[in-house]
Design a protein around this ligand. Structure first.
Ligand code: GP9
Ligand code: MN
Length: 371
């Protein structure tokens, strides 16, 4: 499940005495939780997050891959799952043409795209069918499916600007933040968290939960920089400088295995590009001939999160590369950026090669070569 605008700082956080995401917090305790999973999306927003997760490629610098390179021959998670006898589907209750999805999804190897036209519009929150109704109707579809299947779900209710009609929300008093942008954000996330909790319960009620690997992550940030002071106050930061701001650009990422196996918090520096290799390993699918930029987070000690502008964070450092400064990621003390020369070069190369591979449409060729 890719969750709209779910940023990491809401996890295990309270407002006015109430947990913002009680259901995710509970699920995280029974999951592998990555708490340093950075937002690696660019101008392609939601679609970049989808691309990162399903191809382990980086977003392009100019525009979005979904719009500009939808004709490419992708090596992807859905295609790999299909080759391993999984049916594949993607579910998102919005206009099928948005982000060029109706063209892109078949190209990525999804057999089916359940979209706005397929959902009953019984409850509207924000941009469309409410997340709760989305999960209810999506589950109906999944129940009818032959197993095994890979279903990629993208939520919608917690989309900017968050000032949704709240009639389908349950009571959640954000106190001093009531009727503010930030309060609306917390309420929207709280609503989506409740919808996720409902979905998990329904998976259990239908005997599907112990047969499911459930991965949940946020697509990208929810709070834009013009609201940095409110965020600073909320998370208790005195000085929201660039270091603190960039360090907050994380999304939660959890993987729940049947019976809560392997539950732990994993602090490795990581990001969307690591999703595909990590999931393939968890699913027991051989991936050495699949070109991927990400790391298998289950088998890596050294990780990295890479932003489209070349900023990066490894397990110990945060580099604001273009600004010529780096920091110790724990203490925030300045760290000599020259000591990170090799890494900086590696990051630059990764972004450059990913761009070249996309521009020249050679992913398939690389795959053949790796064979
Ligand atoms: C709509 C949604 C929005 O389909 O995914 O995308 P975003 O504006 O967040 O990129
Ligand atoms: Mn989005």
């Amino acid at each position: 499940i890719q969750v709209e605008a779910l940023q990491e700082f809401v996890i295990n956080r309270k407002v006015n005495g109430f947990e913002v995401t009680p259901n995710l917090n509970k699920l995280i305790k029974e999951s592998i939780y990555f708490d340093n999973y950075y937002c690696e999306t660019g101008l392609g927003g939601t679609s970049d997050a989808e691309l990162l997760a399903n191809t382990s490629l980086f977003p392009i610098k100019d525009g979005s891959v979904y719009m500009r390179y939808s004709g490419n021959d992708f090596v992807s998670l859905p295609k790999t799952m299909k080759a391993n006898h999984y049916d594949t589907m993607v579910m998102h209750a919005f206009k099928p043409g948005f982000w060029n999805r109706s063209v892109m999804y078949p190209q990525l190897g999804f057999d089916e795209f359940i979209n706005k036209q397929d959902y009953e519009h019984d409850e509207i929150v924000g941009m469309g069918v409410s997340d709760k109704s989305f999960f209810r109707q999506s589950l109906e579809r999944m129940k009818e499916k032959d197993k095994p299947f890979y279903s990629f779900m993208i939520t919608l209710s917690s989309h900017f600007p968050y000032n949704n009609d709240k009639k389908f929300y349950s009571e959640f008093d954000v106190g001093e933040y009531k009727n503010t942008f930030f309060g609306d954000y917390l309420e929207a996330i709280h609503y989506t968290d409740e919808a996720i909790g409902y979905f998990v319960e329904e998976l259990k009620n239908n005997d599907m939960f112990d047969d499911t690997v459930l991965a949940i992550y946020g697509d990208h940030y929810g709070i834009s920089k013009d609201k940095k002071d409110v965020l600073a106050k909320f998370v208790g930061i005195d000085n929201m400088d660039d270091f603190n701001w960039v360090k907050l650009q994380k999304v939660p990422m959890l993987i729940h295995l049947p019976e809560g196996k392997n539950a732990e918090i994993n602090h490795i520096a990581s990001g969307g590009v690591d999703f595909m290799p990590t999931i393939l390993n968890i699913m027991g699918i051989e991936s050495k001939d699949i070109p991927m930029f990400g790391n298998d987070l289950m088998n890596s000690k050294e990780g990295i999160g890479i932003m489209p502008n070349g900023y990066f964070m490894d397990n110990e450092h945060l580099s604001l590369t273009a600004d010529g400064v780096a920091f110790d990621i724990e203490t925030g003390k300045e760290y000599p950026i020259d000591n990170l020369k090799d890494k900086t070069e590696e990051v630059k190369k990764k972004l450059y090669y990913s761009d070249l591979i996309i521009q020249n449409n050679i992913m398939g060729k690389i795959k053949d070569y790796l064979k």
